[in-house]
Design a protein. Structure first.
Length: 402
């Protein structure tokens, strides 16, 4: 197998995923293409060396449809020979795009590729592409379909996480994200998004709430209580998990991931391609894995896939210096830390999606870049990136500095 190296990464800032968000006027195509242009310019990259661009996108419909990766390649004026493909594994799409691009390189089917992802939740919106899992009774009944918010509250109830614990975790995410921005930890990784006139629309993550307190979070109503009661999803979850007498609804807007717009890209290649492009490798993709999990509780995949991946790589939890676990909901990360006995000091050290937001198809790639920067800043070696996934799955990747 050929080593696959990470040569560079960058991302856009995350804009609030609403009509008043700073990136609402920017199309999905423009988010992706501006990222590709910035990657090319920063590395003085001859794009004819790039074999493929693999981008995650969870709702590839409307302006994000018809293979957004190839469209972005063309919009960014890359060489005509650069192919592009869009992939979707729900929230892990950006990480899976990286794993798939790495697999092309590791197996010798490509020399250089760009991975990443894009999502404009203010323009396309969550669930825009539909699907059988939530709406076809032949599948929904069989899989005990429940929305993710109910699943997050089910995890908190089943594993004993209180609202105060979840809120305290959320505040720490906000504190770490604010510190990362104030100390310039993202300065080399986040590009400015510009309008058609070249004026800056956004240069920072605008979803953050660094002024949040336990008192302000306590004033927020549970986000999924009505859905669980009036729509009947609590009953569905309890039918699948009869040991639960009642679901404690503890998640709300302050301890769940933010809805945002954004894109991120990673430049990957083998050693020869990097030398030809005059680039220095920063890390290599060491191993990756996917797994399916019980679809009703849905969000337990990170710990399960991490065990699978560590076994496959011949490693233990103690061999990993830093972990990035997507903060879809606070209970997801807390369960991961509890199941694998991982200290919070090693998890999401720069803040996470509770503070900065979760642009579905892009998040996995953004997490790779964030933790690579932190490995370099702290002079550490290895990191594991993982996300929970809709319909019950987990994806994880191990990177190692070189």
């Amino acid at each position: 197998m050929t080593d696959c190296f990470i040569y560079d990464h960058l991302r856009t800032p995350r804009g609030r995923g609403k009509a008043d968000g700073s990136l609402h006027e920017v199309s999905t195509l423009e988010l992706a293409s501006q990222s590709l242009i910035a990657l090319r310019e920063r590395n003085d990259l001859d794009t004819a060396l790039v074999d493929d661009v693999v981008l995650g996108c969870v709702d590839p419909v409307g302006e994000a449809g018809s293979d957004i990766a190839r469209a972005a390649v063309l919009k960014a004026d890359y060489a005509q020979t650069v192919a592009g493909i869009q992939v979707n594994r729900f929230c892990a799409s950006g990480l899976d795009a990286t794993n798939l691009a790495a697999a092309e390189i590791m197996t010798g089917q490509a020399d250089m590729a760009i991975s990443g992802g894009v999502e404009s939740l203010s323009r396309v919106g969550i669930g825009a592409s539909g699907g059988a899992w939530p709406i076809d009774p032949q599948l929904a009944i069989k899989a005990y379909y429940t929305p993710q918010g109910i699943s997050a509250d089910l995890i908190a109830t089943k594993y004993g996480f209180s609202r105060d614990e979840l809120d305290a975790y959320a505040l720490e995410s906000q504190r770490r994200a604010a510190q990362s921005w104030s100390k310039g930890y993202f300065s080399n990784s986040v590009i400015e998004v510009r309008d058609i006139n070249g004026l800056t629309l956004l240069d920072h993550d605008e979803h953050m709430r660094p002024d949040a307190t336990m008192q302000s979070l306590a004033s927020l109503k549970p986000a999924f209580a009505a859905m669980g009661d009036q729509a009947g999803f609590d009953a569905v979850a309890i039918q699948r998990y009869p040991e639960i007498e009642a679901i404690n609804h503890v998640h709300h807007a302050g301890n769940s991931s933010g809805i945002v717009d954004g894109a991120g890209v990673i430049l990957l290649g083998n050693a020869e391609a990097g030398e030809k492009a005059g680039l220095r490798p920063r890390a290599k993709i060491r191993a990756f894995a996917n797994i399916g999990t019980e679809p009703s509780i849905m969000l337990t995949g990170p710990a399960i896939v991490t065990r699978k991946l560590l076994k496959r790589a011949g490693m233990s939890v103690g061999d990993i210096d830093l972990f990035e676990v997507n903060e879809a909901f606070a209970s997801v990360v807390m369960l991961m830390m509890q199941e694998l006995d991982i200290s919070h000091d090693k998890v999401n050290v720069a803040g996470g999606a509770i503070a900065m937001g979760h642009p579905l198809g892009a998040t996995g790639a953004m997490l790779v870049g964030t933790v690579l920067d932190e490995l370099e800043r702290r002079d550490l070696s290895t990191a594991l990136i993982t996300l929970c996934i809709g319909a019950g799955m987990g994806t994880a990747t191990i990177i190692e500095r070189v």
